[in-house]
Design a protein. Structure first.
Length: 667
């Protein structure tokens, strides 16, 4: 039975509940965070019909194999084998080891593209001839054996552990250790991990952090990089093979339960194509090289060659925002294994089969969708039902408080326990933090408020000091304000978000202030303003979907629509917002609903009324929902806006003149 079929059989026949303890709440105690073990005994782990689980306390997710690994400490391969054995099924050999590559006799044969029987040694000889080698190549087999016996050395074992590679896997692929290796005869001996790629070539990777970058990975003198684990390409049992750049990337995928090779150099992409010209593979190849310029170039070389040879392949991103597979593997093993499984599914005859989605993924995605996020505005939460992953647009004319509203929303989300990134492309961090502090002083005591301008000028009386302490405790540690500039573009924002997620292991809510001054991405500088905005909005939607994030972007509206209620026409100059965004909110003066603004002309009177409404303290503001994928299509919420204190207070209705106390709940 192949590994994926075995995995599905295990999930069907061994219930997660066999490894879990029931809690008083009717759910289960979480073995990861301990939920359900406290004095109340209310566990938060739920097991679904498809035999997967989610803990709603720590967000740990998985299946029976993950539970078994947690209980026993086994790696994925061992857990799969032991569970399969417990129900009487056997798993097909999924990967060859390197033992046959360095055995005294090479008996296994393959067929060339012409049908001629050739041995792997003959294939290596042909490869050497193609590279212009005429003399007998060196044979390092004896050296490999000596190094392999030293792989349990504490220094080597510690290094491998840091890269996520087990001693068992290392030994299977003849990975070794030389405490004084100097492969290039450069008088630079140092402790190195020895990675054989063929009898005549190996890579010696320094484990000394003081080694200069240019000398960290070295080849034996006079030798050029070969392909690591190339044998797996021609193993009949293997249905798909991952193609990586470095050997540790391939070993990471092998640890995750799949088959992989490493080309060991981006220049080896063409060498792999030449090898496949001589000896075809029946496996589907999964291209997953490094996320950098060299990796992308090598990927294009492989795509072109594989298309020419009519060899089945796909390109997969298994790095989850990291530079390469090994980095992704060591950062989050479970996410990496899930990414490997997703890539393997794409090679199936029906990779997007709906039945598989219903059985394996739909329930967990539905649970995530239930986990709505409260904005901190009671009236808005009642209408919108909270926030969801997706692209939100907040649009308004100038001087209506859209930045202040977004900042207050960001602060309230952070106070509610969410991590928030606020990209400010126009206002400084000092301006924004002083706005927040001014708001807190007004919320604490509306009789003795301090303006943000006064705070920026250094006026810090006792009530401001107390507000600072309160703000730091409730908000500041979860809110990051990133000062942009007029050269900040979407690529910078995307990279920042991914790095933040990688380092903090969290999914932040993102605000961008604001759309029209966000610069075009590299290579798009000659586009029109509308084209730039279109591409930016599309990329933000892609980021929100790919990373499962809630993303807010603030947008200005057309000047031609300043005298009319906000609608899609107001966003006409702002690219494809209408079609791309999931939710569109518009802020406008409540006076725009007055009969005056239904008249065709009366321009002078309308301008006078808007000027008057802007001068009111507080200003009467309406939040109008123009589009909503997640519930009620159109709704309005009403606020009183205090510009001097950068504070929005909720109102029950547009006709209700007296603002509610900030903590009152709207009925």
């Amino acid at each position: 039975m192949d590994r994926e079929t075995a995995r599905q059989e295990i999930r069907a026949r061994i219930s997660c509940t066999e490894y879990l303890e029931k809690s008083k709440s009717g759910l289960y105690c979480c073995p990861f965070c301990g939920s359900g073990k406290g004095k109340h005994g209310t566990g938060a782990l739920k097991v679904y019909d498809n035999n997967t689980y989610t803990c709603h306390a720590c967000n740990e997710k998985g299946d029976i194999i993950d539970l078994y690994r947690h209980r026993t400490g086994a790696d994925y391969n061992t857990a799969l084998s032991q569970l399969a054995e417990s129900i009487g099924i056997s798993i097909d050999t999924y990967r060859p080891t390197a033992a046959a590559d360095f055995a005294p006799e090479r008996r296994q044969s393959h067929f060339s593209a012409t049908g001629q029987v050739i041995t792997p040694l003959q294939a290596e000889t042909r490869q050497s001839a193609q590279e212009g080698k005429t003399e007998q190549p060196a044979d390092y087999t004896g050296y490999y054996k000596e190094c392999r016996e030293r792989i349990t050395d504490p220094a080597a074992a510690s290094y491998l552990q840091g890269r996520g590679i087990s001693i068992e896997t290392a030994q299977a692929y003849w990975i070794g250790f030389d405490p004084q290796a100097d492969p290039a005869k450069a008088n630079r001996p140092c402790p190195r991990i020895i990675i054989p790629t063929s009898k005549e070539h190996y890579i010696a990777r320094s484990i000394d952090p003081q080694t200069e970058k240019a000398f960290r990975a070295m080849n034996p003198k006079g030798s050029s990089p070969a392909i690591f684990n190339a044998r797996v390409l021609f193993t009949p049992e293997v249905q798909e093979v991952f193609i990586t750049e470095g050997a540790f990337d391939a070993l990471s995928i092998i640890e995750a339960g799949a088959a992989a090779i490493a080309i060991n150099s981006t220049s080896n992409a063409e060498k792999l194509i030449k090898r496949l010209e001589q000896e075809r593979t029946a496996a589907t190849l999964i291209l997953c090289l490094d996320n950098d310029a060299g990796g992308m170039k090598a990927t294009e070389t492989l795509r072109s060659g594989l298309q020419r040879l009519n060899i089945s392949y796909i390109t997969a991103d298994i790095c989850n925002g990291h530079k390469d597979p090994n980095e992704a593997f060591t950062a989050n093993r479970e996410e990496f294994i899930a990414a490997i499984a997703r890539a393997q599914r794409q090679t199936a005859a029906k990779p997007d089969n709906t039945a598989y989605y219903i059985d394996a993924l739909m329930t967990s995605e539905m649970e995530r969708f239930k986990d709505d996020i409260k904005t901190g505005f009671t009236n808005l939460d009642k209408q919108a039902g909270g926030l969801y992953s997706g692209l939100y647009v907040l649009a308004a004319i100038s001087s209506l408080g859209k930045t202040s509203f977004a900042l207050q929303l960001a602060d309230q989300l952070a106070a509610g326990g969410k991590e928030v990134l606020f990209f400010s492309l126009e206002q400084s961090k000092l301006e924004l933090v002083s706005k927040s502090l001014a708001r807190v002083t007004a919320q604490r005591d509306d009789e003795s408020t301090i303006t943000s301008l006064a705070i920026r000028k250094g006026y810090i009386p006792q009530q401001v000091k107390e507000s600072i302490a309160e703000y730091k405790q409730s908000v500041a540690d979860r809110l990051s304000i990133i000062e942009g500039n007029f050269s900040c573009n979407i690529s910078y924002i995307g990279d920042y978000i991914r790095q933040y997620m990688k380092r903090n292991k969290t999914r932040p809510i993102v605000f961008i202030d604001y759309l029209q001054i966000l610069q075009p991405a590299e290579g798009q500088q000659r586009q029109s303003q509308k084209e730039t905005v279109d591409n930016t909005v599309t990329e933000l939607k892609r980021i929100s979907r790919e990373l499962d994030l809630t993303v807010f972007i603030i947008s200005s509206v057309n000047r031609a629509n300043y005298l009319t209620p906000i609608d899609f026409e107001s966003l006409k100059e702002s690219g494809g917002i209408e079609f791309t965004a999931d939710v569109i909110w518009g802020l406008q003066l409540q006076c725009l609903n007055e009969p005056l603004f239904d008249k065709q002309n009366a321009i002078k009177e309308k301008r006078a009324r808007i000027k008057e409404a802007k001068a009111e303290a507080p200003r009467k503001i309406e939040l109008s929902c123009l589009k909503n994928r997640y519930g009620i299509a159109n709704y309005s919420c009403y606020f009183s806006y205090y510009p001097a204190n950068d504070l929005f207070k909720e109102e029950a209705t547009a006709d209700f003149d007296k603002p509610l106390d900030y903590d009152d709940e709207i009925l």
